[in-house]
Design a binder for this molecule. Structure first.
Ligand code: SAH
Length: 333
């Protein structure tokens, strides 16, 4: 099944009668290749300031209705320490593209947090090779940068003044530098086709991604896409399940956007191919402000509530919480 053709992928994506079969196959593949452990990654959303104008994203700089914040390096280190004390073995540092965090500032933060013996994943957007190298040299382990869509025209329409080729360059640099590379796509962008979703899945396989995050597009009222329909939860789940079947042993998060569209979305995702959850460890005061899309879950909870809640749900479906850093382990057949 790992060699599904583009035509077959398109057929499966279009055919609703294959959904149950697809989800249970993805669950079997997940069990065989990555087991029952779920890796928890503590997510720190450290700045919602962004220089970009991505048409779907509420953090775009043209959204003047959002109160902006920036967490100081000292506080980031403090929150990181608290998250590690809570049991997290990986922290994800995510933000808008905020130039306050220069190469030096980022490196100091990474260096300090690495003292807590934790894996670090960055999700801070497009940078130069030299920046990516500097973060890696001080200990960053992984990087998340979704391609968002492999349809070049759609990509450039959705991302004014950005280039698809530069996005590819970033992913290539990250791979060359030895990061575990995470990418992924949005499902349901206006103008996106099922054919291009099939291309996204094949692209993930072609570049040898270590992690793939798939989430439905959710329309944000303060963006140019305010009148567009949300993406479909089921279609996003199908794309994710196909990614599991084709890439087998990689790490796949049950994304927060899925839970926003379906109250049980992350558990359903964990039973359809996913093996990672990224609970929010940002303090409550900032959560609502990291509004990439509306209706984000857990904005009134605190970090320990989020951990407790998701742990209980994971155990209730017979899965366990991993106690290691959860690197991509290549499976030998
Ligand atoms: N600046 C960082 C982090 C961006 S937010 C970066 O470029 O990687 C992380 C992800 O949220 C994005 O990659 C995008 O896929 C997703 N996202 C943004 N707006 C969204 C929306 N309206 N609906 C669903 N997902 C969205």
């Amino acid at each position: 099944m790992e060699n599904l053709s583009r035509e077959k992928i398109i057929e499966i994506l279009k055919d609703e009668s294959q959904n149950d079969w697809l989800f249970s196959l993805a669950d079997e593949v997940r069990k065989k290749y990555v087991g029952d452990e779920v890796h928890l990654r503590g997510l720190i959303e450290f700045s919602n300031i962004c220089k970009r104008t991505c048409k779907y994203c509420g953090l775009r700089c043209e959204n003047k209705n959002l109160e902006r914040y920036r967490i100081s390096p000292e506080d980031m280190i403090l929150y990181a320490q608290k998250a590690v004390e809570m049991g997290y073995k990986t922290l994800v540092l995510q933000s808008g593209e905020d130039e306050f965090y220069s190469r030096d500032v980022m490196c100091k933060i990474i260096e300090q947090i690495k003292n807590f013996d934790v894996a670090i994943t960055l999700g801070i957007g497009e940078k130069s090779y030299e920046d990516y190298k500097a973060y890696k040299d001080v200990g960053a382990d992984r990087f998340l940068l979704r391609i968002e869509t492999t349809d070049r025209n759609l990509y450039e329409k959705m991302h004014p003044n950005m280039s698809f080729d530069n996005r590819l360059r970033c992913l290539k640099d990250l791979k060359t530098l030895g990061y575990e590379v995470g990418t992924g796509c949005l499902v349901g962008l206006p103008g996106q086709t099922v054919e291009s979703l099939a291309d996204d899945i094949l692209f993930f396989k072609e570049i040898g991604a270590d992690m793939i995050g798939v989430g439905p597009f959710i329309s944000h009222p303060q963006t140019p896409l305010k009148d567009s329909d949300n993406g479909s939860f089921i279609l996003a789940l199908k794309v994710m399940a196909l990614v599991r079947i084709l890439l087998k042993d990689i790490n796949i998060p049950a994304t927060t956007a899925m839970e926003t569209l379906n109250p049980n979305g992350r558990i359903i995702a964990l039973q359809s191919g996913a093996n990672v959850v990224m609970p929010n460890v940002t303090t409550t005061e900032y959560r609502a402000k990291y509004e990439i899309y509306p209706g984000k879950i857990c904005i009134n909870e605190n970090p320990s509530q989020c951990r407790g809640c998701i742990e209980a749900k994971i155990k209730a479906i017979g899965r366990t919480i991993s106690t290691d850093k959860g690197f991509h382990k290549k499976f030998q057949d």
